[in-house]
Design a protein around this ligand. Sequence first.
Ligand code: NAD
Ligand code: WQD
Length: 344
Amino acid sequence: MAKILVTGGTGYIGSHTVVELQKVGFDVVIVDNLSNSSIDVLNGIEKITGIRPAFENIDCVDYVSMDRMFEKYKGIDAIIHFAASKAVGESVEKPLLYYRNNLVSLINLLQLMPIHKVKNFVFSSSCTVYGQPDVLPVTESAPIKPALSPYGNTKQISEEIIRDTIHANPCYQSTILRYFNPIGAHPSAEIGELPSGVPNNLLPFVTQTARGLRKQLLIFGDDYNTPDGSCVRDYINVVDLAKAHVIAVQRMLNKRAKAHVETFNLGTGRGLSVLEIIKTFEKVNGVSIPYKIVDRREGDIEKVWADPSYANNELGWTATETVEDTLRSAWVWEQKLANRVKAE
Ligand code: NAD
Ligand code: WQD
């Protein structure tokens, strides 16, 4: 079976993708420098699939170590590149950290691909490239808007670097996946999101508030031009998202891609407001989330949700998990984390 390098494979989306890759028989090598994840994630993956993936603690910015890694695991067929720094606020404060980590990692991999004869590359991009779209739902052909943060800019620049590189070397191919808002955890609760410090994203803040780790959730604005005034996003189950990566890899390996670079939106096609997420979370989990409406957060997009029909039709992939089940999985995972802390 084909061998897949997963950078950032102990991270949130990476770990769920490793599970789905192993489930269909792919041989996985993880490279992660554990800057935003824990080595314990490997135990979770092994518990679910019965297979412990090969793991290398390497920084993708380190070209020489990456080169050696490709030598060690000869015959890698495809790369799924998750490894990146992703905190929007931190990227505003430390732009060079973001440009170096996200861009140098990418450039190293693209340079090493021809040397080690790796032909297929999947990249984690983001709906952040659309900014506030003029038309909703947003399709892949919508204009790219000026980035609102250095993090967002790294995704835009990365997409351009990939397009230019593949254009110059058409025997390589790439799939660019633009994620909307991934939430939830594996139904086994063996893996999930592990935010470090105070979470910036909505869902980990909600689950930590439900657990009592945070006093209350601050809702950033209720005066937007949306049905209830709070922002609207396309929240996608992380396992659904992971499965799309498996299909993207298979499509390239089986020579079914229709272009050297293909770009897909990965979302559900449904927009939900912050207040809807909170109400649904409370209802399905039987817990209450104390919250307070505060001012808008700088740089927030008012509303965005995907038109996923291109991915639905071309990849034969559709997000199938309900938001109710997804919010249940997030709460089960948070409770598991709470129990781990108690046991320590
Ligand atoms: P994550 O932080 O959980 O996972 C990223 C992993 O990469 C971590 O395990 C981290 O230790 C590792 N890493 C970072 N820099 C590295 C480096 N230089 N060398 C080796 N390993 C490194 O994040 P995630 O949510 O799983 O995101 C995965 C990818 O998806 C990222 O590229 C992110 O920008 C992108 N993305 C995430 C979201 C989201 O909301 N989570 C949305 C859109 C796109
Ligand atoms: C969702 C909604 C907030 C926290 C970010 C990145 C984006 C992508 C996904 C990687 C918004 C509201 C949040 C809180 C709140 N990541 N909120 N109180 O902003 O859509 O996107 O993560 O590519 O690039 O920008 O996600 O989870 O931060 O926020 O009211 O404590 O929840 O205002 O409307 P966002 P988020």
